[in-house]
Design a protein around this ligand. Structure first.
Ligand code: CMP
Length: 452
């Protein structure tokens, strides 16, 4: 059998099936023990299916590559050794259908030990957190929402266990009715136990179901203490998770409110205020408030290049001079690009200024404008400008004005010179284009000096 990749979609699907079976088994196992319902044919079939899933998972695990120090181990002997050392015992014990094997048709006559053997199924819970964490990373759900679902799941499961133990302590007791126990009505018993657990955990405690035996009293006190702590923990966690769900949105709103207050305080003209709001709403619409540069800046260079190549893939595809260029050249440029945004009508620079950068247009378009405000070229997405001043070390030959909101990437002169020095074919290409552009520039006679 070939080695299975742990992230293969079919393996992830299988993991989801195992999680489903684990959840059903962990809910059902304590219930069968405390409610002691008979093993009907349907139950036997269910037990066999769950065991079959768990046993198949044991086999699958012997063939699934493992991650060690972020590297994939695919050697089958190594995989088996590691599995036998770590999870095999847990997985195998939880897969044995003890009741089907030993007790025949009913558990009623089975020894207490045999009944408790079923609890080995709960060992799978140890695996659950690991499984859910892995699937969570692959799911498209917001991490905070996922953490919240995770928390709710464990709280509900704990509640279920607490209720089952309460039932266990109440059953077969002379004054058991006080503990919410009614013989022969399993559903009612379970619901009453769950009701007692909920009212105790959320510190309401109506007192309509009360402990009778010493053991129950001690148990009730422990759950009250645990409940107070658990309740505080849940409320605190849920509040922070909800805040995190829309952290970027909350930050954006806060920023806009601060800017609004500032502009009102400084009596900034309404027209300018509108421009400021438009600018921030553009940033929000296109970036959701994330500063791409800050986020990826901490990454090591190769990973940063991978992320940047992905983020800028549509621009790279459009830039003609990148077509056919070597991947090293594109990577070197992309690694040194800095994002900048211009609003409609903004000048990126003016004619005659000293040039320190060249620009690539990611979205939007710009006009190449003469000193008489004449537009003699329009550059769109995937184009670049500002190369002439860098190549020839002369002032800007024209002004550049944004026509609409423009997402540009700047490349500094130092990197530009370095890249050109290393890639002569690229240098030739840029030179040719720059000369062509210079030739296309309108040759106008110098202006007549104005008579005073
Ligand atoms: P630079 O001189 O550094 O600054 C102005 C930029 O406008 C110039 O570099 C070119 O990138 C660009 N440019 C100048 N003339 C043209 C043209 N005819 N067509 C397109 N772009 C131009």
């Amino acid at each position: 059998m070939p080695v299975i990749h742990p992230d293969h979609p079919r393996k992830l699907l299988w993991d989801a099936v195992v999680i489903g079976a684990t959840i059903v088994a962990t809910i059902e196992t304590p219930l069968t023990i405390v409610l002691d319902y008979p093993m009907e044919p349907g139950m036997v079939a269910y037990e066999i299916i769950v065991s079959a899933i768990f046993l198949t998972d044991v086999i699958v695990n012997f063939f699934t590559a493992i991650q060690r120090n972020k590297a994939l181990v695919t050697d089958q002997r190594e995989i088996a050794r590691s599995y036998l050392r770590r999870w095999f015992a847990v997985d195998f014990l939880s897969a044995i259908p003890f009741d089907v094997l030993f007790s025949g048709a009913s558990l009623a006559g089975a020894s207490r030990f045999l009944r408790l053997l079923r609890l080995t199924r709960l060992l799978r819970l140890l695996r659950l957190a690991q499984f859910i964490g892995k699937l969570g990373r692959k799911s498209p759900i917001h991490p905070s929402l996922l953490r919240m679902l995770h928390l709710v799941f464990w709280v509900l499961l704990s509640e279920h266990f607490i209720a089952c133990i309460w039932l266990f302590l109440g059953s077969g007791n002379a004054a058991a009715t006080n503990a919410g126990y009614a013989p022969d009505d399993s559903l009612r018993n379970y619901l009453r136990a769950l009701y007692w657990t909920t009212t105790t955990i959320v510190t309401i405690g109506y007192g309509d179901i009360t402990p009778v035996t010493n053991l129950q009293t001690v148990y009730a006190m422990s759950i009250q203490l645990l409940g107070a702590a658990l309740y505080g923990f849940i409320i605190g966690n849920i509040a922070s998770l909800i805040a995190n769900l829309d952290a970027a949105g909350a930050q954006h709103r806060e920023k806009i409110e601060r800017i609004q207050a500032f502009m009102m305080y400084k009596k900034i003209p309404l027209k300018t205020q509108d421009k400021v709001y438009d600018y921030y709403s553009y940033l929000w619409d296109t970036r959701r408030g994330y500063d791409e540069f800050l986020i990826i800046n901490d990454l090591p260079s190769p990973l940063k290049a991978e992320v940047l190549l992905f983020l800028n893939r549509s621009m790279i595809e459009k830039v003609a001079i990148f077509k056919g260029a070597s991947p090293e050249l594109v990577t070197e440029i992309v690694l040194n690009l800095r994002p900048v945004v211009f609003s409609p009508g903004d000048y990126v620079f003016h004619k005659g200024e000293v040039g320190h950068n060249m620009y690539f247009i990611s979205t939007g378009s710009v006009d190449v404008v003469s000193e008489d405000d004449e537009v003699y070229a329009t550059l769109e997405e995937g184009n670049f400008f500002g190369e002439i001043a860098l190549l020839l070390s002369e002032p800007r030959t024209a002004s550049i004005r944004a026509r609409d909101y423009c997402d540009l990437y700047t490349l500094d002169k130092e990197t530009f010179d370095r890249v050109l020095g290393r890639h002569p074919e690229f240098q030739k290409q840029i030179h040719e284009l720059a000369s062509k552009r210079r030739e296309e520039m309108p040759k106008r006679p110098p202006k007549e000096p104005t008579q005073v």
